[in-house]
Design a binder for this molecule. Structure first.
Ligand code: ADQ
Length: 740
């Protein structure tokens, strides 16, 4: 991969004015650290907003800021006050943020902010496009820029795009609420790799894609009409060594080197050596569950009165989004709760809650992480939560207990924490009691396991893993592109077609010559298709065979007027032109009643599914079922059948939204070879779209032109994307067109 650029809402520097001079202030957050390592290593640019509102500063100030940022390989996207209001504070923070965190009651649906969101996303995309070269990669971050991947992909398809969402991706039932859901999904699908913190978010995303767009998903790949998009979970880490080393440094610090804050903490510890400190750190956001936490602390003091003078909650809340109403209300609620608890349980010597409503410098944060015996992290929803990881990295003595909400992404990685439901105040109160009374040995054991894991998977590893996968995706896509029939490939196929004297052409039916219909009986050949086939067969050099899983009666009826050979039920029946149907293989139907009763049980439990009974096979169709339920039942059915079919010499075939059970050894591969027999053909071609056609692609002679329809992995040599392309390809061949 040549260059990798980063695109995020904010640049890793902010512009500030000091004594009338413009200065760049670097961000110290984990993301900035991880990304800096990437865009520097891969000689890219970092594109984003600098924090400067263009209508609040002069042109000269903007120019100075821009050249200072350029010197750091940063490219500012200039935004006006109004754009920030509508796109960032509006649509990003009043619509997407609450929706994706399941606060549906806070979601605002406002066309004006949506229009601004689109416009500003386009501004980011346009700025990036100025710096992108073919072959470059770009890594786009977070919910403010969901539309940018598609905006870039549609203009420059040869740029590889990674997208990472830092917040949760909600379940389908929540995501479907938003009127602009399709636009948002299509925006994200412009990416080649989409990353989430956890598998749950990935699962929700897949479910939305299946239900709202209908693309096929296999393992963690989404198959669109013309691309494969890889989706995976990459739990973000922190700069572990930075926290560990700073904490070790504090451990060794002499009295005169200590901060005032640390000296106060020392004094407190000396004065009250048995006092336990519980730490709570967050941005003041309604997703972080701060009022629940305070009420739970209140319950703890009520339920365990013996700890009333012995436990202090140190609560740090960073001011955040203060212009938004819900945040102002939250601040009021938190202030009142803190006041009420301190009023009720405090006295001259004891303040139950130390409340700081401000940001703190990095070294003070580490001092607190070191000093507090327990970290109480109880968001009601959180994409990941880095505070939990920072606390663990700073515990260089190996003690300390962490109480963690099961609703935070980080809980998936930390089975050793005390995991709680943030809405259960009683449970949190009991967890505080367990943490306070946890023996040191157990604390150390749990802490060690978490530390080992976090140290291995830090923010650098996280970033590198993402980039490594992005690189792999490039290869998967190249693989797909190499096989797609382009002008040159078409020319060489057409040359050998025209230069041949005897041709065998095998054409699968559903999904290849015609699109899928909800009711299989409605997929009869239309006039256009019949004329293409008739033109093909009018050339006496061509021996054309429709090879399908369909039953022989249907195929016989539909192609009655065409001079084509027919292979039905995946090879059970063969009918050559002007001859009768024959069964080239020995097959039986004795197994059918038993298997049919199993399938019936699945039909009863899965609305929208039905059984097709063929002469020698049974098919369970689930195209009309609820997509998720259909897929789930299909897994179940395959599992159940696999245990039975071996003994009965049967085979399970998985087609496009169908599962078919049939006699073993009979498939489109053996049938097509049987058909060719000992006749000599100097041009053999086969087209098909699903798994059942792969037998043909595998078994036909090496020189055969094999073409997969769609974008799945295949044994075929070439690909065509759609049924329409198949039709125009066959038309061009039959007309003898050299170019198409
Ligand atoms: P945030 O919602 O901002 O991030 P989080 O992951 O906890 O949440 O990060 C907060 C950061 O702010 C931490 O690095 C912490 O040290 C710092 N911080 C907190 N309080 C502070 C204080 N008083 N003073 C100074 N610094 C303070 C979003 C998602 C998260 C996801 C991250 C990263 O909401 O779920 O973990 O992105 O993907």
């Amino acid at each position: 991969m040549s260059r990798i650029h980063i695109l995020s809402n904010r640049l890793p520097f902010s512009i500030e004015k000091e004594n009338d001079e413009i200065v760049l202030k670097p961000s110290v957050g984990g993301l900035a650290t991880g990304m800096k390592s990437i865009y520097k290593k891969y000689s890219g640019k970092w594109i984003g907003w600098s924090g400067q509102e263009t209508d609040n500063c002069s042109q000269e100030e903007q120019t100075i800021a821009e050249s200072m940022l350029n010197a750091e390989n940063c490219i500012p996207v200039c935004l006006t006050n109004e754009e920030i209001n509508l796109y960032y504070e509006g649509f990003s923070n009043k619509t997407i943020w609450p929706l994706f965190h399941y606060f549906t009651q806070f979601v605002e649906y406002n066309n004006q902010t949506w229009e601004a969101y689109k416009k500003v996303n386009q501004k980011f995309a346009d700025t990036a496009l100025k710096y992108l070269n073919p072959g470059d990669a770009i890594w786009i971050h977070d919910y403010q820029l969901l539309l940018v991947p598609e905006m870039i992909k549609s203009k420059m398809s040869d740029v590889t795009i990674g997208f990472f969402l830092h917040i949760p991706f909600p379940s389908f039932e929540v995501f479907r609420i938003i009127p602009w859901r399709l636009e948002l999904l299509h925006g994200m699908l412009g990416a080649d790799l989409i990353g989430f913190h956890t598998y749950d978010y990935e699962r929700h995303f897949f479910s939305c894609i299946r239900r709202l767009i209908g693309y096929d998903i296999s393992l963690n790949n989404i198959h669109t009409k013309d691309r494969v998009i890889v989706v995976d979970a990459f739990p973000m880490g922190i700069d572990y060594e930075k926290f560990k080393q700073s904490s070790l440094k504090l451990e060794m610090a002499k009295e005169e080197d200590k901060s005032d804050f640390q000296l106060e903490l020392d004094k407190f510890a000396k004065f009250l050596p048995d006092r336990k400190l519980i730490l709570s750190i967050d941005r003041l956001d309604y997703t972080k569950g701060i009022p629940h936490r305070l009420r739970a602390f209140n319950t703890f003091l009520e339920k365990y009165p013996e700890f009333r003078q012995k436990v202090t909650l140190v609560m740090l809340a960073v001011p955040s989004r203060g212009q938004v109403d819900h945040y102002q209300l939250l601040k009021k609620e938190v202030d009142e709760l803190v006041g009420s608890i301190n009023g009720q349980y405090g006295d001259i010597n004891f303040t139950p809650i130390w409340y700081f409503y401000r940001s703190m410098p990095f070294y003070n944060l580490v001092e607190l992480y070191r000093e507090c015996d327990i970290a109480l992290i109880t968001p009601v929803r959180d994409g990941m939560n880095l505070v939990a990881k920072e606390y663990i990295a700073s515990r260089v003595k190996g003690d300390g207990v962490i109480i963690l909400s099961e609703m935070a992404g980080v809980a998936k990685e930390m089975g050793e924490a005390i995991i709680i439901n943030p809405n259960n105040e009683e449970e949190i109160a009991d967890a505080i009691f367990s943490a306070i009374t946890m023996p040191l040995k157990e604390q150390q054991l749990r802490m060690k396991q978490m530390q080992d894991r976090l140290q291995r998977y830090d923010v650098f590893k996280w970033a590198n893993e993402f980039v490594k996968t992005l690189d792999k995706v490039v290869h998967i896509q190249q693989d797909f592109n190499v096989k797609r029939i382009n002008v040159n490939i078409y020319k060489s196929i057409s040359d050998s077609y025209l230069n041949s004297a005897k041709r065998a052409i095998f054409l699968d039916y559903d999904g290849t010559l015609t699109s899928f219909k909800n009711n299989p009986d409605d997929a009869f050949p239309d006039e256009n298709l019949l004329s293409i086939i008739n033109r093909l067969v009018s050339d006496t050099k061509n021996n054309v065979t429709i090879i399908s899983g369909r039953d022989r009666l249907t195929l016989g009826k539909w192609f009655d007027s065409c001079r084509v050979n027919l292979i039905a039920e995946h090879g059970v029946w063969i009918k050559r032109i002007d001859e009768e149907w024959i069964m080239p293989f020995v097959v039986n139907d004795k197994w059918m009643p038993n298997i049919k009763s199993i399938l019936e049980n699945f039909v009863d439990r899965t609305p929208g599914t039905f059984i097709e009974v063929k002469n020698f096979s049974l098919v369970w169709h689930y195209r009309k079922a609820e997509p998720e339920q259909g897929d789930k039942r299909a897994y179940e059915l395959k599992d159940e059948l696999t245990n039975l079919v071996g003994n009965l010499n049967l085979e399970i075939m998985e087609g496009n939204k169908v599962i078919e059970v049939k006699n073993g050894g009979v498939n489109k591969g053996s049938a097509s070879l049987q058909f060719l027999g000992s006749d000599k053909y100097d041009f053999i071609m086969a087209l098909g779209d699903d798994w059942t056609d792969e037998y043909m692609f595998r078994d036909l002679p090496d020189e055969a032109v094999t073409i997969h329809v769609g974008s799945k992995r295949t044994n075929a040599k070439y690909k065509l994307d759609t049924v329409e392309m198949v039709r125009s390809f066959l038309s061009s061949l039959s007309l003898g067109n050299i170019n198409t």
